[in-house]
Ligand binder design. Structure first.
Ligand SMILES: Nc1ncnc2c1ncn2[C@@H]1O[C@H](COP(=O)(O)OP(=O)(O)OP(=O)(O)O)[C@@H](O)[C@H]1O
Ligand SMILES: [Mg+2]
Length: 53
């Protein structure tokens, strides 16, 4: 199933990642809204470039 939207959320995570500071994020939302999937998608996008040759 394709990952839909979450552009704003992914960009927000990217700014936090690049902030150069320690950051604490609380990811809150109702059940099955996509919290785990968002984090998985971010990690996949963030590290796919550095891992591929
Ligand atoms: N942006 C998205 N586009 C398409 N499918 C999605 C998206 N986000 C989540 N899903 C799908 O919706 C379902 C629930 O997502 P997920 O497990 O990430 O929710 P959750 O908020 O972590 O749930 P829980 O509260 O039970 O931990 C999963 O099958 C996931 O693949
Ligand atoms: Mg979850």
């Amino acid at each position: 199933m394709p990952f839909i939207d979450r552009v704003t959320e992914l960009q927000f995570l990217e700014t936090k990642w690049l902030s150069g500071k320690a950051e604490l994020l609380i990811l809150w939302g109702k059940r099955r809204v996509g919290k785990t999937e968002l984090v998985k998608q971010f990690i996949q996008q963030r590290f796919s470039h550095s891992c591929s040759m």
